[in-house]
Design a binder for this molecule. Sequence first.
Ligand code: ADP
Length: 256
Amino acid sequence: ADDRAARAARLESLGQLASGVAHDFNNLLGIILNCAEFVADDTGDEAADDLTRIRNAAHQAQELTSQLLLFAKREPTQVETVDLNTVVTDATDLLSRTIGSDITLNCHPGSEALPVRANRSRLDQILLNLVINARDAMPGGGAVEIATGTVEISGDPDQSLPAGHYAQLTVSDNGTGMNAEVKDRLFEPFFTTKAADKGTGLGLATVYGIVGDAGGTITVDSTLDVGTTFRILLPMSSSPPPEPTPEHRTRSSPDA
Ligand code: ADP
């Protein structure tokens, strides 16, 4: 549990770092743009001075982004075969605590084992991000449904995934939903509709990266004032997952 708290804290500090970096970066871009505008009308020495300022600001901006990238690059990730159902059921307690008591979290793990090749803490990170977003979309309270199952993808050329067996994870809320513009941009780094101290716009960009690294896809289905469902497909691994403990077999949501 300590491990998870540490991970949650890490995500939180990444968020704080990112908004700090975005702020500083913006200031530096302001300097660059200003000087670039002046440079056109400058003569001789003035132009050289402005170009030096531009170069210095650009250097600082480069430092900032490499700092952010270093931090965001998680420790070399160990890929293992994990059961997606186990990951979801194990995370439920922490997720419930994270979203508070106004929101109900229901977990519906499928009955089949769902072995996927992935890094466990990255899967936790996905759940945490999606559930926090669901919470933020339901200021008046509501319910989050997490479900898992299997999906068969055929060799349809329209599909962005190769044919095969996939494990499916859905996270649904009955919150505000999104308009078309937000739906278009939500995976962009730093895209956020939240207040500056609330959102960094890095959550879904991170999720997108993790899912892509694991060979999967993420899609969203959202209706304004109705709610949102995120759907993740991950290739099912052929080797069996570690035997689930009896606890994992029997623990399920009240209505499952
Ligand atoms: P952040 O949460 O920091 O804003 P994200 O990348 O996680 O960054 O999300 C980007 C944006 O996508 C959010 O600001 C919000 O507008 C929208 N969004 C994400 N999840 C949901 C959701 N479940 N319901 C409604 N809007 C959402």
